[in-house]
Write a protein that binds this ligand. Structure first.
Ligand code: ASP
Ligand code: MG
Length: 408
C-alpha cells in the first residue's frame, strides 16, 4: 500500500487563482513521488472574516447555527477550485465537504468538537488513485446540521484526518516557513526552529502564535500525529512538531519569545480583604461568560487590597460593566481599565528543570527600563504584562538575553 500524507493549505496559500494553481502543482509533485494524498483547504484569503462582517451587517448577533451555515461556504469554494486546478494539470481529484466525508461533530455551533470520522468514502476514492480534497473547518451533527470547528479549525480537520487515516505525517502549509524563536518581522536574527514539542507549540498557540490552532495541537499531541509546519511559497523544510525528548531538543531552556496585544487589564481598587470576595468577583465574571486570564492580588494594607486581572480586549466593555456592578456590591472602590498593555512571554520545556529563568527575563526588561505590571507562569512559560508601546523592545531584549538569535 502507498504511504499517505495529509496536507493542509491555509487561506493565504490559496488566496487567488495563481496560488491555487501553485498548490495544485505541489500536490501533483507529491502524487508523482508515489504518495496517496488527502488535502485539506481553508477558505480563500480572508473569506471567513468577510463572511462574518457580512453576517453582522444583517444581524449583530447572528444565530450561531446560521453563522456556521454561512461560514462553511468559504471552504466549499476552495475545495472545488483546487480540484478543478488539479484536473487542469491532468490528474484526478475529488472534493468533499466535511459532511460528505462523515466528519461528525457535537452541536456546539462555531466551535464544535469532532466526535468521529467515517473514513469509508475517502478510502474508496484513494483506492481509485484519486487525490482527495476535503473542506477544512467544518463538520455535521448527527442530525445533519452543519457546524464549524472554531477559527483556524482547518488545522484540526487535517490533524484529525491524519490520525484516523494513519497518515505518515501531516503537513500544515501557510505563508511562513515554520516556527521561529520570535516573530521574524520584529526580530531580525530570529531563527526557524527545526523541532518544537507539542507542549511548547500548544503554549505558543495559546500565547498568540498564529501558525496553528491551539486545539489542533492538543489533538496532535493526544494521538501523536507528527506535524510539519512549512510554507507553500518555498520548498524549504519547516518546523517539525512532535513529542519532546529528542536529542537536540533537550538543551534548550527557552525555545521562543512571543508577544500578544489582545488583552486588556482591569483593576478593582480598595477591595476589602475578606475571605470569599475573590470567589464572588470571579464567580460573577465567569457567570457572564467572560474568560479571565491572569489575576494579581496585591498584599493588603489595612485590610484593603487591589485586584487586577486581564481579559480579551474585545470584551472589555462588558467586563468593565460587570466588574463595576460587583465592586459596588462588595463595597470595593473604583474600577480602572487599561487596554494599552501587551503580554510578552517566553516558552520552553527546559524551564522545568532550570532555575533562574524568570530572573533572567526580568533582567532583560529592566535593562530597557520596562516596567512589569503583572506576571504569570506555567511550568513551561513565563508571561509579563507590560505597556503596549514597549512590546517590540521587550521581545528584542529578551530574545538577545537568552541568546536565541542566529544566522538566517
Ligand atoms: N477559514 C477558517 C478561518 O479563517 C478556518 C481556517 O482558516 O482554518 O478561521
Ligand atoms: Mg483562515
Amino acid at each position: 500500500m502507498k504511504e499517505l500524507i495529509v496536507q493542509k493549505y491555509g487561506g493565504s496559500s490559496v488566496a487567488d487563482p495563481k496560488r491555487i494553481m501553485g498548490v495544485a502543482r505541489r500536490i501533483i509533485e507529491y502524487k508523482k513521488r508515489g504518495f496517496d494524498l488527502v488535502v485539506v483547504v481553508s477558505a480563500l484569503g480572508n473569506t471567513t472574516d468577510e463572511l462574518i462582517k457580512l453576517a453582522k451587517k444583517i444581524n449583530k448577533e447572528p444565530p450561531e447555527r446560521e453563522l456556521d451555515m454561512l461560514l462553511a461556504t468559504g471552504e466549499q469554494v476552495s475545495i472545488a477550485l483546487l480540484a478543478m486546478a488539479i484536473h487542469k494539470l491532468g490528474m484526478e481529484a475529488i472534493s468533499f465537504t466535511g459532511a460528505q466525508v462523515g466528519i461528525i461533530t457535537d452541536r456546539t455551533h462555531t466551535k464544535a468538537r469532532i466526535l468521529k470520522i467515517d473514513t469509508r468514502r475517502i478510502n474508496e476514492e484513494l483506492k481509485k488513485d484519486r487525490i482527495v480534497i476535503v473542506a477544512g473547518f467544518q463538520g455535521i451533527t448527527e442530525d445533519e446540521d452543519i457546524t464549524t470547528l472554531g477559527r483556524g479549525g482547518s488545522d484540526l480537520t487535517a490533524v484529525a484526518l491524519a490520525k484516523v487515516l494513519k497518515a505518515k505525517y501531516c503537513e500544515i502549509y501557510s505563508d511562513v516557513e515554520g516556527i521561529y524563536t520570535a516573530d521574524p518581522s520584529i526580530v531580525k536574527d530570529a531563527v526557524k526552529l527545526n523541532y518544537i514539542s507539542y507542549d511548547e507549540m500548544l503554549e505558543m498557540a495559546s500565547l498568540g502564535a498564529q501558525v496553528m490552532q491551539a486545539r489542533s495541537v492538543e489533538v496532535a499531541k493526544k494521538f501523536n500525529v507528527i506535524i510539519h509546519a512549512r510554507s507553500s511559497f518555498s520548498n524549504k523544510v519547516g518546523t517539525i512538531i512532535c513529542e519532546g525528548g529528542k536529542k537536540d531538543m533537550e538543551d534548550v531552556i527557552v525555545r521562543a519569545v512571543t508577544l500578544t496585544k489582545d488583552e486588556a487589564k482591569i483593576t478593582i481598587c480598595d477591595v476589602p480583604d475578606k475571605p470569599g470576595l475573590a470567589a464572588k468577583i470571579f464567580g460573577s465574571i465567569s457567570q457572564a461568560g467572560i474568560n479571565v486570564d491572569m489575576i494579581v492580588q496585591n498584599t493588603s494594607r489595612n485590610r484593603i487590597t487591589d485586584i487586577s486581572f486581564t481579559i480579551h480586549k474585545d470584551i472589555l466593555n462588558k467586563a468593565l460593566r460587570i466588574t463595576r456592578q460587583i465592586s459596588k456590591k462588595i463595597g470595593a472602590g473604583e474600577v480602572f481599565a487599561d487596554s494599552n498593555v501587551a503580554r510578552v512571554s517566553i516558552v520552553g520545556v527546559g524551564m522545568r528543570s532550570h532555575p533562574g529563568v524568570a530572573a533572567k527575563m526580568f533582567e532583560a526588561l529592566a535593562s530597557k527600563n520596562i516596567n512589569i505590571e503583572m506576571i504569570s507562569t506555567s511550568d513551561i512559560s513565563i508571561s509579563c504584562i507590560i505597556k503596549k508601546r514597549h512590546g517590540i523592545l521587550a521581545v528584542r531584549a529578551i530574545h538577545e538575553k537568552f541568546g536565541l538569535g542566529g544566522k538566517r
